[in-house]
Design a protein around this ligand. Structure first.
Ligand SMILES: *Cc1c(COP(=O)(O)O)cnc(C)c1O
Length: 445
């Protein structure tokens, strides 16, 4: 063990002293026997920051409470869905009502129509939608549909963009523009990995050369229009327009993965925000209002290639589940009515400005990248445009920062390669508390 790690561990132990966490520790001991690594989704294991994960019991508004009774101001918000905060009363009421009538029918039902109409009204690129139960399923289906529609097999994705855990998308590239993909996970067949070209985000020439080389084999370009899964990394000016043009030229499908950005950047998502119309859109997170739901949508012409009208198969026992639809409908109705986006943006800016002031005071190299209510703290002095840049930031410092904040009752994502979220429930007073805590934490570097 390097001396550096030892010091870091000591710092952590001292911090952990402030907050009692015996119940969380006991929970995690039990969980480790039953769950792989103690968790049901890897990032929850605190692998990137060390320490024992906190076990949560209750959420209300912007607050979370753990099993020891500690309270946290939550900037994770279940990784994005809870734009209204935890347990918003209209959402709770809608779900209660829905399950009273039966949790699932496995047949057509009214609530799926209501949610679909909200989606179609928000995003003009959607004529038809298909509901699924997660973001992973939405993107997996979009890829299959793009392949079925174009009769081509290869897809382009970008390094550091996450699209769920289906086989074709767990791919990391080697160096060089159009290097054939190497699986990022064991268990992904090599043959399949070779159909995925993983290119650096925001790099025009990488995409151009990939199309020059494989133009007649590329079915789709899949992109997070605002990258959030390497930390928040905005598209450089002209990038999305360029992807739109080149996919048209080569008759490839442009897929926007708006699982995070949909109903988050604006009511019409990134496509409204950046004014680009994709061929297919993948949704998840916010549209389920905290319950499991995903969707894909696009023009009638492309969508009708799906079963039962077309030859591309896809199905789901719980697709369009009434409880999930009801939470989504309640959430989107509030967003549509209140249009809270300018307020969310302004509050986020206020928090980040104060964090920047504190960082300057203590001479810390803090880069905050923000778009609307999504943001990331990178400890670096250089702007981050892609995954390579994100990796250059000081992740050890982020880990210390995360634990210090946690011990002050602020819950940030347990990895720098994630977006922080603000909700409508975050009040000015709460953000003042967050800004003060951030300043205090920065004293320690
Ligand atoms: C979360 C996420 C997914 C996967 O959604 P799940 O519901 O976790 O399967 C896909 N794409 C993006 C951009 C995401 O952030």
């Amino acid at each position: 063990m390097t001396p550096f790690l030892l010091v870091e561990m000591k710092v952590k132990i001292i911090y952990n002293f402030y907050m009692l966490n015996s119940q969380s520790k006991a929970y995690f001991k039990r969980a480790e026997r039953l769950f792989v690594g103690g968790v049901n989704s890897p990032v929850r294991a605190f692998g990137a920051v060390g320490g024992t994960p906190v076990c949560m019991r209750k959420g209300k508004g912007a607050w979370l409470w753990d099993v020891d009774g500690n309270r946290y101001l939550d900037f994770v918000l279940s990784w994005g869905p809870l734009i209204l905060g935890h347990a918003r009363k209209e959402v709770v009421r809608a779900v209660k009502r829905a399950v009273t009538f039966g949790a699932s029918f496995g047949a057509c039902s009214e609530l799926e129509l209501e949610l679909a109409e909200l989606l179609v009204s928000a995003m003009p690129s959607l004529e038809k939608v298909r509901f699924v139960s997660s973001g992973t399923e939405a993107v997996m289906t979009a890829i299959r549909l793009a392949r079925g529609f174009t009769g081509k097999d290869k897809i382009i994705k970008f390094i550091g963009c996450y699209h769920g855990h289906s086989d074709s998308l767990l791919i990391k590239a080697g160096s060089g523009a159009a290097t054939m993909g190497i699986p990022d996970s064991a268990g992904v067949p090599k043959g399949l990995a070779q159909e995925t070209l993983a290119l650096p985000y925001n790099d025009f020439s990488a995409v151009r050369s990939a199309f020059q080389k494989y133009g007649d084999e590329i079915a789709a370009v899949l992109v997070e229009p605002l990258a959030c899964n390497m930390g928040v990394v905005p598209p450089v000016p002209g990038y999305l327009e360029f992807l739109r043009r080149i996919t048209r030229r080569y008759k490839a499908i442009l897929i926007f993965d708006e699982v995070i950005t949909g109903f988050r950047l604006s009511f019409g998502g990134a496509q409204e925000y950046y004014k680009i119309k994709p061929d297919l859109t993948c949704l998840g997170k916010i549209i389920g209002g905290g319950l499991p739901a995903g969707a894909l949508g696009g023009s009638k012409k492309v969508m009708d290639v799906l079963a039962p009208l077309g030859p591309v198969y896809q199905a789901g026992t719980l697709s369009g589940n009434p409880a999930a639809m009801s939470a989504g409908v309640a959430t989107l109705k509030i967003l549509k009515k209140e249009q809270p986006y300018p307020i969310l943006k302004e509050r986020t800016e206020m928090l980040l400005e104060r964090a920047q002031t504190s960082a300057k005071k203590w001479s810390l190299p803090l880069l905050t990248q923000q778009v609307e209510s999504l943001f990331t703290f990178f400890f670096t002095s250089r702007p981050v445009h892609d995954y390579a840049g994100a990796k250059e930031a000081d992740t050890a410092r982020y880990a210390r920062f995360f634990h210090s904040l946690l011990n002050k009752g602020i819950y940030f994502p347990p990895s720098q390669f994630e977006a922080c979220n603000l909700s409508l429930a975050h009040s000015r007073a709460q953000l003042d508390f967050a800004a003060k805590s951030i300043e205090e934490v920065m004293v320690h570097g």
